[in-house]
Design a protein around this ligand. Sequence first.
Ligand SMILES: Cc1cc2nc3c(=O)[nH]c(=O)nc-3n(C[C@H](O)[C@H](O)[C@H](O)COP(=O)(O)O)c2cc1C
Length: 216
Amino acid sequence: MKNLSPEKLIESLEWRYATKKFDANKKIDKNTWASLELALILSPSSYGLQPWKFIIVEDQAIKDQLKAVSWGQSQVSDCSHHVVFAIKEKMDEAHIDAFLNQTAKIRGIEASSMEGYKKMMLGDLVTGPRSHMISEWAARQAYIALGNFMTAAAVVGIDTCPLEGIDPVKYTEILGLAGSGWKVVVACPAGYRDAEDKYATSKKVRFDAKDLIIHK
Ligand SMILES: Cc1cc2nc3c(=O)[nH]c(=O)nc-3n(C[C@H](O)[C@H](O)[C@H](O)COP(=O)(O)O)c2cc1C
């Protein structure tokens, strides 16, 4: 299946930029937004475990509260939808079982037939060496979803700005996640660029391809 020409893909990626100012009066329509929620859900993750939650904030009062703990960045209050990426702080058997049961249901197989796969995941992420860096592992997965989201948004003409300039602890509190085993790692407001955002026409700064791509 090929729906997008290489030229159109590059056009979308060139069009995307880290939007500094959103038009606070423009809201993303339901259909377009639904496709972007699906893009989040369809993001790949290690083992398929999806150690994430995507909190979509449209409520203006909450957006204003979050702006105050986002280095005052106006994108948070002016965007249409503010996407906050939270991760599961610890991987556990219950999450792995939930994933395997979902797999069994969707694919019409017995969860017990995946016992080997379960042991492998437990031995790696729950009791193995990677259990000590599990937050780091989960955050990497969330950043894949972030990238997927931004590219999908650009393809359907929606502006975004990835935001690490946030206080993740305060975000976690404001969104009612404190003590839940989930914590915020990154955020991404989405909406429509303000006509006066001068960054929209700034030339992209990237190292030369020869310094980034190695062909063997
Ligand atoms: C993980 C991540 C965090 C970022 N955090 C911020 C931020 O807090 N505020 C901001 O204005 N831009 C932020 N940016 C945007 C980058 O500065 C921008 O993507 C980069 O300069 C390249 O420019 P472009 O995205 O417009 O092509 C972030 C980008 C990434 C990938």
